[in-house]
Design a protein around this ligand. Sequence first.
Ligand code: M6R
Length: 594
Amino acid sequence: MCGIIGYIGNKEKKEVVLDGLRELEYRGYDSAGISILSNDVLSTFKTTGKLINLEVKCKDFKSSGFGVAIGHTRWATHGKATEINAHPHFGEVSSVVHNGIIENFLDIKKQLESREKVFLSQTDTEVIVHLFEENLSICSNHIKAFKKTIDSLIGSYAILLITKSAPDKIFYAKNGSPLLIGSNGDEIYFASSSTPLIGLVDRVCYLEDGDVGYMDISSFDNLKNIQPMSGEKISSQKEGYRYFMEKEIYEQHKILKDTIRGRILDDSINLELPADFIDGINKVSICACGTSYHAGLSAKYLFEREAKIKTDVFIASEFRYAEPIIEKDSLFIVVSQSGETADTLEALKLANKNGLKTLAICNVDSSSIVREAKYYLLTRAGVEKGVASTKAFSSQVMLLWMLGIYMAQHKKTISNEKIKIQVDNISNSLEATKVNSCIHDKLKKLSKRYLHGHGFFFIGRDIFYPLALEGALKLKEISYLHAEGYPGGEMKHGPIALADSELFCVSLMPKHLLYDKIKNNTQELSARDATICIIAQEYNEVADDVVFIDKFDSYMEEFFAMMIVLQILALEIAIRLGNDVDMPRNLAKSVTVE
Ligand code: M6R
């Protein structure tokens, strides 16, 4: 989603800001822009499309000496993805970038227009700069004018503003959208996530909601909660793969080793949680969005089956406003790859406010969700660049599975022998995620037969139902074909009405869980002429196409092997359709607005 960069210092500001924006590129955007203020000149460049367009547009621009600069990648919310709507938005002497949504912008806009302010864009953001300049003409100093402006805003925001009348400062405000400030002693950097700051600063401050202020070159030490920041910039490369998504599919068996590292001791599960963590917990609520929600839904089956603990799973955007009944003996788990998803973060805040024990399952250390949760476990999947989540999902399911066994150990709901079997299954599941080149080749060939038709049903039962949902989501996200995931048993309650020779059905048929049941459900679709592609260990006459997985002894191993097939199937179909697999249309990697 939208990304922000800010800089105060002597370097070539255009390059610094463009470099920062490049680090945020994978998160998804549809336009970009920069404003540079140096030697009393404020220059702004904006374009639609990729950053390369912006680079071309400002290729002849240079700024020497000290100055301040801001940059932005925009994912359109209010107003189309046009150049005019791209950030920065400017007034007479100031320029602003903003992540989030200003909910009362129409009221403010009306008032400003009634006082003859002229608006160029359709965005909510533009009100900020005009309101600031109006306040500046009334207030005695800049920070008073900026605070007065921020006080008028309702909504979520991370804002950077620069103005010719205070040429050495960047004004900032944060509420609900992430914003960091970093320093290396000589320069100040701002960013909406930590990635662009790695290797550039040695100290960082994660701003809190409600923080409003300004930075000049000497004011960093006045910030609260400054933390050290170490690490070298590791630029992710595709390493010979066609897309980051493909690379991330292939590296799952390696990263899952990291996910489980140190968490299995003496044939039992050992998580970085206090010994009394499970005491007094009688229920679990899991809250997440998208793929992370599918991981949460998978966990429900594992928690209830192994730990005998009642588990409810919520889509985070549906949780917040539903007046949920909060039970004090619940463990509230949020699952998030980025740790910045606005709906999930807000649900977590609500659970914290109600005094629940909260646990984040997250991939990004120091993310907003990790910092907000009372406890956290990291999935250790490494940076995921493909917008369509793959390795984040497998690491989430793996860690949640381990958490289920951990709870079962504490609640003594399964025997030591069964724990040992599960631990073995975990190790074998790592193997199951190794991509078999024959399967990949098969899927490459098969993909050409699945490009038409009016849609796809992905069906599965039990924990293979959330996997079916995830398979359908992957296909939808990158191929733009219509795909739905269903529990197999649900077909005859409505969806089967769509079955005809133009419908594709991908059926997940694990040998070790409800095989006959899903076979019957698949037959019902086959009988109505749908084209059936089964993913299974063995041939089955219901199939038009079969993608064989290796022989496994447990349904969880089959789960991970089938997950790989679904990810590659989506990838190959999308490639055949000529789509940008890593940055699919309309999608953002990190959804920081509700
Ligand atoms: O970062 P999160 O896990 O909180 O993100 C949640 C969803 O936005 C995310 O999983 C999304 O559905 C992905 N594009 C799935 O591929």
